[in-house]
Design a protein around this ligand. Structure first.
Ligand code: UTP
Length: 298
């Protein structure tokens, strides 16, 4: 096994506007909407922690200060819970805190695109490979997607992109990879296409929002022109980086829910509720009843 530089830092771009959830996201960042009992952003942070990440870099924007508060210590609440002997609640609270010095926050001053948001983290990440999480993409599996990617990275080095199977007729909605030779636990990536025209996708594996990237991506992003939608696109920069460095794909076999969309958000809530045995017993029959009885009104 070759020695790779370890992945110790993770970047979480959370500066998007969240217009698809207005008015809910007028004062509350979309990353703080809850899937079951945790805010969306905490799913990504927990996944990062489980993968051995030690420093958490949040690229935020205006009105996102509550994300910083969420991962901080909540002194008054903690003290009250201690006085009342609420051990379970204290444990839950502990699980949502990042240790002093473990988190950095930087602002993307204008929403110029995901690529630009990642570039804003360059000085905090420095000259080392890093994990990148799109927090909207909430994943359900017993082993986290990033843990599996770090495992693949320990054998291959380079850059890693997580992918997931999607129906061929849906590929035009996603960034899709082209597959090369297999490697143990993954495959070589020989190309990437953002939203391929119907019938032209090189595979049915879409890029599902988890990456391990080498720091050279920052130099490319620095000079990256705006792409689709007038935004600085991460995929465009990765296509350039792939001409200089190896990229490997990992196929996630759990489920990813795009909680940046209402449909994905609802499905994530149902999926996580069904994962809890006690809750599943109550809601499964109710969901079945609703499916029989409730008809669309508009
Ligand atoms: P989206 O494409 O979901 O955009 O961003 P959005 O603005 O957040 O949401 P809508 O479309 O208006 O509802 C994908 C990811 O990239 C981040 C978002 O926070 C999200 O995690 N992002 C996007 C930024 O951090 N900055 C940007 O300029 C754009």
């Amino acid at each position: 096994m070759s020695e790779q530089k370890p992945i110790k830092k993770a970047v979480f771009p959370v500066a998007g506007l969240g217009t698809r959830f207005l008015p809910a996201t007028k004062a509350v960042p979309k990353e703080m909407l809850t899937v079951l009992d945790k805010p969306v952003i905490q799913y990504a942070v927990d996944e990062a922690r489980a993968a051995g990440i030690e420093h958490f870099v949040f690229v935020t924007g205006r009105n996102k200060g509550v994300i910083e508060d969420h991962f901080d210590i909540q002194y008054e609440l903690q003290k009250t819970l201690e006085e009342r002997g609420k051990d379970v609640a204290i444990e839950i609270l502990d699980g949502s805190q990042l240790k002093a010095g473990q988190a950095s926050f930087t602002r993307q001053q204008a929403p110029l695109g995901l690529g630009h948001a990642v570039w804003c983290a360059r000085d905090i990440v420095g000259d080392e490979p890093f994990a990148l999480f799109l927090p909207d993409m909430v994943m359900q599996d017993e082993v986290g997607c990033m843990s599996r990617m770090v495992d693949l990275y320990s054998r291959t080095g380079g850059n890693i992109i997580a992918t997931e199977e999607v129906a061929w007729e849906e590929t035009h909605k996603y960034g899709v990879v082209e597959m090369g030779n297999d490697v143990e636990g993954g495959f070589e990536v020989t190309g990437m296409v953002e939203k391929p025209a119907p019938g032209t996708a090189p595979s049915n594996l879409f890029i599902n929002g988890r990456y391990i990237l080498q720091p050279e991506i920052f130099d490319i992003l620095e000079n990256q022109a705006s792409g689709a939608g007038g935004e600085i696109q991460l995929t465009d920069a990765m296509i350039t980086l792939a001409k200089q460095q190896d990229f490997y794909g990992f196929t996630f076999t759990g489920r990813t829910f795009d909680c940046g969309s209402k449909e994905g958000f609802i499905m994530a809530n149902i999926a996580f509720a069904l994962w809890h045995k006690d809750m599943a017993e109550h809601i499964r029959p109710e969901i079945e009843r609703m499916m029989r009885e409730i008809k669309p009104i508009g």
